[in-house]
Design a binder for this molecule. Structure first.
Ligand code: KG4
Ligand code: ZN
Length: 391
């Protein structure tokens, strides 16, 4: 006891994760069990997610302690994701964490999943942002696309939402476009891998009009830019999804999509990630030039749109740095574009380590640290809040 060790537990969507983190910064272990079963359905099936969490939670927590070479007796607190997320999935983590905290007589800390994603970056980027009192944070994943203005408040941060998607999340757009092209779920990593082998200028997708329409903002640009303190930077991704669907129809690609789906299924590729050379080689063999060009164009336009919006918001709110987190922050083109733009504007930028980009418990334990220090504990009445907001 007393060495600042927090056990974090995360179960908001389709990964069951547990981690041991010291003082919000030193990751002793971070075990993530991904539920590949959803790949067979092309999306997360909530009932299956809860069942898989129940199955995984005990071995995952044990593995996290073992890897950290700690026992329950070494812990100072238990932190768990309160929301947002799937109700049944959150419930598994919360119930387990509550019981552990009660049994071990340890404080329980409730963490907002979105704040967790921000801490996935902050835990490693303390030095980059040491001088900054205001940051612009983009949390971009399969379920969320949010822009937060984070302002320093003593040893912690306050958040204000200054933009969000009005329809699909950016990761969802990647996943839906991938599905339309007959690629495995989640499609984001596949799109990233395949985009490198296509021509990003082949299909001229456009976001400018979508944004105007989606925000319903018909005021002249100048008036909008000089407006009050609460200017918003909302986004929309449903238009590009429709554009991909139409492109597939118009160019008679549907037959090839069905064929590709079958080939991937028959070759057992639906539940794999494009991580190794063999999988990528097989995927490339199944994906024709026209589809690769479409993928490259899609990714170029989505990542340019996110980059534009992030830096416009950062400039508008006078942020002294930007950070990007969530599953889509793993996208290689997004990182490249945003890093270049940050350099151009002489703004420090930080991303999480790739392993901390997607859902994990280390970020939950890290976000819990300031709450532990300030004794902000949750009661035994803690319940999932599926629609929990930040800022
Ligand atoms: O943060 P995360 O694990 O879960 C949510 O909270 O949603 O993010 C998962 C999302 C999926 O939509 C996945 O396709 C996307 O992140 N993703 C990517 C990449 N890696 C994961 N999208 C684009 N490029 C990637 N490399
Ligand atoms: Zn997430």
């Amino acid at each position: 006891m007393g060495t600042g060790l927090i056990l974090g537990i995360e179960s908001s969507c389709d990964e069951t994760s547990a981690a041991v983190v010291r003082e919000g910064g030193e990751v002793l272990s971070n075990v993530v069990a991904s539920q590949l079963i959803h790949s067979n359905y092309g999306g997360v099936v909530p009932e299956l997610a809860s069942r898989e969490h129940l199955r995984a939670i005990v071995p995952v927590v044990r593995a996290a302690l073992e890897k950290a070479e700690k026992t329950y007796a070494d812990l100072d607190a238990i932190a768990v994701t309160e929301g947002p997320g799937l109700a049944g999935a959150l419930l598994v983590g919360i119930t387990f964490a509550k019981s552990l905290a009660f049994g071990l007589e340890l404080p329980l800390i409730a963490v907002n999943h979105l704040e967790g994603h921000i801490h996935a970056v902050l835990m490693d980027a303390a030095s980059e942002f040491a001088q900054a009192s205001a940051l612009l944070a983009l949390v971009v994943s399969g379920g969320h696309t949010h822009l937060y203005l984070a302002t320093r408040d003593g040893d912690t941060w306050r958040y204000r939402n200054v933009g969000k998607t009005l329809d699909d999340a950016a990761g969802e757009a990647f996943d839906k476009a991938a599905k339309l092209l007959g690629l495995p779920y989640p499609g984001g990593p596949w799109m990233d891998a395949l985009a490198a082998h296509g021509d990003p200028k082949a299909v001229p997708f456009s976001f400018a009009q979508i944004k105007e329409k989606a925000t319903g903002n018909t005021a002249p640009k100048l008036a909008r830019e000089t407006s009050s303190d609460d200017e918003r930077f909302d986004l929309s991704f449903s238009g590009i999804k429709t554009a991909v669907r139409r492109y597939v129809e118009v160019h008679g690609m549907a037959g090839r999509v069905a064929e590709r789906e079958k080939l991937l299924r028959d070759n057992g590729l639906l539940t794999t990630k494009p991580g190794n050379a063999e999988t990528l080689a097989l995927a490339l063999a199944f994906v024709d030039d026209q589809t690769r060009n479409l993928i490259a164009s899609f990714q170029a336009s989505v990542t340019a749109y996110l980059t534009r919006t992030l830096f416009a918001a950062a400039a508008r709110y006078g942020a002294q740095g930007v950070l990007v987190s969530g599953g889509v922050a793993a996208n290689s083109e997004l990182r490249r574009r945003m890093t270049a733009e940050a350099e151009r504007r002489k703004l420090p930028i930080a991303f999480p380590a790739i392993s901390l980009s997607t859902d994990n418990a280390a970020m939950i334990a890290a976000a819990a640290w300031p709450k532990f220090v300030h004794k902000q504990f949750a009661g035994s009445t803690l319940e999932p809040v599926p629609q929990l907001r930040l800022g």
